[in-house]
Design a protein around this ligand. Structure first.
Ligand code: CMC
Length: 450
C-alpha cells in the first residue's frame, strides 16, 4: 500500500476513517470531491459513480478509452513500459516456461496449479473433449464457405444447450469441471468447423494427447492418412495460446462481461465474446495482416507507397497488426512472437517471404514520423500469423486460434464478474444529440426527401 503522505492531490480525513485522496471537480460554481482509488501497481482512478446524482452530468468517453469499467485482479498491463502480467506473473516467463493448460488454471483460479491440480484439470479436459453426437449434424447446416468464427460462436451456444449441470463459479472443484468442459469442447468444435469447411469427415479426439497436440490431431488427421502431432509444433502453438490467453478489458472480454452482467450463462457470454473478437480491428487482425502481406508480396507495390496509403485518412486503410489502445511502446507479445518466428521457421526448414516482408514493413513504419508520433508499434497480430502459417494453420482459422487461446481469459473474467457481490448490470449512458420532441405526422402529410 502506498503511504498517504506520498500521494498527490487533495487528502481528506474523516473521523475514525483512514485518509483518502480525492479529486476536486469544479462545475457550475460548485466543487465536488471525487474519491480516488489506487490499484496494487499504483495506478489511480477517479471514481465517478456518484457524479450524475451529485451534479446531474455524466462522463463522455466514446470508445471507453479513459473508462475503468471494473476493478480486476486478473491481468495487469503497463502500456507505456510494455508490461503484461497474468495474476502477477510476467508473460515472458509464462511463454517460456509455462503451458497453456496451467496458464488457464492460473487465470481462472488466481494461482498456478499444484501438480495434482494440473493433472486433475488435464483429466477433466480429456473427459469432456467429446461433443454430443447430435451436434455433428449442426455442422452440416452451414454453407461450406461459412467463416469458422461464425460456426464457432453458433456452436458454442448450441453446445451450451446440452450442458444441464449447475454452474458454481464460487466453488473451485465444481467450476474446474465447467471450465474444462468449455475449453475442451471449444477445441473440438474448432477442429470440426475446419474439417467441415474443407469437406472432410470430423476427427474424434485422442485421449492420450495433451491439449494442443490433440487439437492438431483433430485438425490434420484423416481417415486415410494418420498425422502424428510434432511436439515442437504443438509447443509453438501452445505458446501462441498462452500469449493470447488474456488481455484485460479489451473489446471481446468487455463483451463477455457485459453479457455476463445481465446474468446470462457462461456459454452465451463466451459466444458473444467470439463475435466481438472476429472483427479486423480486434482478433480478426491476424488474418488481415497475412492478407495485407500477401497483397504486398503479390502486387509488388512498394512498401513506401503502401505506408503512404495507410497514413492517408481518406484511404480508409490501416497498417494491420500495428497500433494498440493501451500499448504506447512495443507490445511484449509481439516481441516474443517475433523471436519465436525465427526459431520455428528455422526448425521447420521454412523460408517464408511474408516474414521478410513483415520485417521490412516494420522497419519502414518504425522510421516514419507518423508512427513515431502516434506511438504505433507492431501488436500481437503482426507476427502471429507467420507462425500459424508455418505450422499449417489455414488462414481462416487464425482468429479461431486466437479465440481458443482467449477462452481462459473470458472464463476468468466471467467468473470474476459473476462472483462479485458488488457487480451491477453494465448499462452505459449516452449524450442524446437527436431531434427534440416533435409531433407525429400522418402518412399522407409527409413530404418526400430529396
Ligand atoms: N495504421 C495507420 N494509422 C493508425 C493505425 C494503423 N494501424 N492505428 C492507429 N492509427 C492512427 C489513427 O489513424 C489515429 O491517427 P490520428 O490521431 O491522426 O487521427 C491515431 O493513430 C490513434 O489511433 P486510434 O484509432 O484513435 O487508436 P485506437 O486506440 O482507437 O485503436 C487499434 C487501436 C488497434 C484499433 C488501431 O491501432 C488499429 O486499427 N490497428 C490496426 C488493427 C489491428 O492491428 N488490430 C489488432 C489490435 S491488437 C490485438 C487485439 O486487440 O485483438
Amino acid at each position: 500500500m502506498i503511504p498517504v503522505t506520498q500521494r498527490p492531490g487533495n487528502v481528506i480525513e474523516k473521523k475514525g476513517a483512514p485518509m483518502k485522496e480525492t479529486a476536486t471537480l469544479s462545475y457550475r460554481g460548485r466543487n465536488f470531491e471525487l474519491p480516488v482509488h489506487v490499484g496494487t501497481e499504483g495506478e489511480t482512478s477517479i471514481d465517478v459513480t456518484k457524479l450524475r446524482s451529485d451534479t446531474g452530468a455524466i462522463t463522455l468517453d466514446p470508445g471507453y478509452g479513459n473508462t475503468g469499467s471494473v476493478e480486476s485482479a486478473i491481468t495487469f498491463i503497463d502500456g507505456e513500459q510494455g508490461i503484461l502480467r497474468y495474476r502477477g506473473y510476467p508473460i515472458e516467463q509464462l511463454a517460456d516456461r509455462g503451458s497453456f493448460v496451467e496458464t488457464a488454471w492460473l487465470l481462472i483460479f488466481g494461482e498456478l496449479p499444484t501438480e495434482s491440480e494440473l493433472r486433475h484439470f488435464e483429466d477433466l479436459l480429456t473427459e469432456h473433449e467429446m461433443i454430443h453426437e447430435n451436434l455433428r449434424h449442426h455442422f452440416n447446416g452451414f454453407p461450406s464457405d461459412a467463416h469458422p468464427m461464425a460456426i464457432l460462436s453458433a456452436m458454442i451456444n448450441a453446445v451450451g444447450c446440452f450442458q444441464k449441470g449447475i454452474v458454481e463459479p464460487d466453488k473451485t472443484e465444481s467450476f474446474a469441471k465447467t471450465a474444462a468442459r468449455l475449453m475442451s469442447k471449444v477445441r473440438t468444435i474448432a477442429a470440426a468447423s475446419y474439417k467441415v469447411s474443407i469437406g472432410r469427415p470430423i476427427t474424434y479426439p485422442r485421449p492420450e494427447l495433451p491439449y494442443t497436440a490433440n487439437l492438431l490431431h483433430m485438425m490434420f488427421s484423416r481417415p486415410n492418412k494418420s498425422y502424428e502431432p510434432d511436439p515442437e509444433i504443438a509447443a509453438a502453438l501452445d505458446m501462441i495460446f498462452i500469449l493470447h490467453a488474456d488481455h484485460e478489458q479489451n473489446c471481446s472480454t468487455s463483451t463477455v462481461r457485459m453479457v455476463a452482467s445481465s446474468q446470462a450463462n457462461l456459454w452465451a457470454s463466451v459466444a458473444a465474446g467470439v463475435c466481438a473478437l472476429w472483427g479486423p480491428l480486434h482478433g480478426g487482425a491476424n488474418q488481415a495482416v497475412i492478407e495485407m502481406l500477401t497483397h504486398l508480396h503479390d502486387s509488388g507495390e512498394s512498401l513506401e507507397s503502401f505506408v503512404a496509403k495507410v497514413k492517408d485518412k481518406n484511404a480508409a486503410e490501416r497498417l494491420m497488426g500495428f497500433g494498440h489502445r493501451v500499448y504506447k511502446s512495443f507490445d511484449p507479445r509481439a516481441k516474443i512472437i517475433k523471436g519465436a518466428c525465427d526459431r520455428v521457421l528455422k526448425k521447420l526448414g521454412i523460408h517464408d517471404p511474408l516474414l521478410d516482408m513483415a520485417m521490412r514493413l516494420e522497419e519502414v513504419a518504425l522510421r516514419d514520423s507518423y508512427f513515431i508520433e502516434r506511438k504505433l508499434y507492431p501488436n500481437v497480430d503482426f507476427y502471429s500469423g507467420i507462425i500459424m502459417r508455418a505450422i499449417g494453420i489455414p488462414l481462416e482459422m487464425f482468429t479461431v486460434m486466437f479465440a481458443i487461446g482467449r477462452i481462459p481469459g473470458w472464463m476468468a473474467n466471467w467468473r470474476e464478474t459473476t462472483i462479485d457481490p458488488k457487480a451491477r448490470i453494465y448499462r452505459p449512458r449516452q449524450l442524446y444529440v437527436g431531434p427534440t420532441q416533435r409531433d407525429y405526422v400522418e402518412l399522407s402529410q409527409r413530404r418526400g426527401r430529396a
